[in-house]
Ligand binder design. Structure first.
Ligand code: NAG
Ligand code: NAG
Ligand code: NAG
Ligand code: NAG
Ligand code: NAG
Ligand code: NAG
Ligand code: NAG
Ligand code: NAG
Length: 231
């Protein structure tokens, strides 16, 4: 126990890893502890939550995602798969963006329009809660570092009309933590991202996600992008 703690501490301080904690929705399990490994596609080698009561309740208009990163910046993608026993994370909630700064990072209502489009594509027509009440799903967060490898964490959710977003107190970005458009956005975004695609398995469902940040990520993002002079 002590030696594995020391090893983890040594690895951490050497800056070899840029692992991240997924704080909300509740992750499948602690992906820092073997046999889990965040390097393993698609869900860090952690099995799906077996007890439906242990899945985080999510609003049909999408929910909050809170993570705690340990890296100065990481290309970040957020995907979702509808159903249980999923392998096809084909709803891109938030297209790949550059998450900057180590610390807590939060989206309050993550990729609302993209989720709605995903429901439609999967045949859940109409609107509102009833059509998807009780539907299970899994959220997948991917972070890729400069070294090229991709890290994965997943959280199992269930859509529920009583689900709440995190409060403003719970859902904030740490000081110096933000997200910006990846560089070379006007046509060369794929090149900018290419180091990650040469690493571990290319994330299913994120193909073509390198292009643009989803407009649904909010005005804070737009301000950040403008501040960086990237538009
Ligand atoms: C995960 O699922 C596999 C296949 O069903 C099983 O062999 C393995 O024991 C499970 N792992 C854990 C930690 O429950
Ligand atoms: C559900 O969560 C509770 C509380 O964290 C835990 O004690 C229990 O083992 C979990 N059940 C399953 C099947 O994982
Ligand atoms: C985020 O991670 C840092 C560094 O490990 C830690 O000090 C901090 O308490 C974490 N924050 C939360 C909300 O877990
Ligand atoms: C995702 O895959 C499911 C089938 O697995 C399909 O019904 C749905 O249209 C796909 N969604 C998107 C957004 O491609
Ligand atoms: C992400 O942001 C960091 C910090 O500003 C920057 O050094 C890095 O080049 C950016 N990466 C991409 C691919 O845009
Ligand atoms: C943008 O792309 C061009 C052409 O591929 C490259 O020369 C340049 O270094 C890139 N700029 C950044 C900031 O990555
Ligand atoms: C993108 O890359 C192509 C091919 O390298 C180049 O012709 C084009 O000028 C680049 N565009 C920008 C905006 O850098
Ligand atoms: C955190 O930063 C991102 C990127 O700037 C922004 O889209 C998001 O709304 C911020 N989160 C909160 C809770 O303000």
């Amino acid at each position: 126990m002590l030696s594995s703690t020391l090893l983890a501490a040594a690895t951490f301080s050497a800056g070899v890893t840029a692992h991240f904690h997924l704080l909300e929705p509740t992750w499948r399990g602690d992906s820092f502890v073997a046999p889990a490994s965040q390097w393993t596609y698609p869900c860090a080698n952690v099995n799906e939550t077996t007890d439906i009561a242990n899945r985080t309740l999510w609003p049909s208009s999408s929910g909050s995602i809170l993570l705690n990163g340990s890296h100065p910046h990481a290309l970040t993608t957020i995907n979702l798969a509808l159903g249980s026993d999923v392998t096809n994370f084909n709803i891109s909630l938030v297209n790949t963006f550059n998450q900057t700064g180590a610390g807590v990072f939060c989206f309050k209502e993550t990729g609302k329009a993209n989720l709605e489009a995903g429901f439609k594509a999967a045949g859940y027509s109409g609107s509102g809660d009833a059509r998807i009440e009780g539907l299970m799903a899994t959220v997948q967060i991917i972070q890729a570092g400069a070294s090229g490898g991709a890290l994965y964490n997943c959280a199992d959710i269930v859509f529920n009309s009583k689900a709440q977003l995190l409060s403003d107190d719970e859902c904030k970005n740490g000081t110096g933590v933000s997200g910006v458009e990846i560089e070379n956005v006007s046509g060369n975004a794929t090149q900018a991202e290419s180091p990650s695609s040469s690493g571990s398995a290319a994330p299913a469902g994120s193909t073509g996600a390198a292009g643009r940040l989803s407009p649904v990520v909010g005005s804070g993002m737009l301000a950040a992008v403008l501040a960086w002079g990237l538009l």
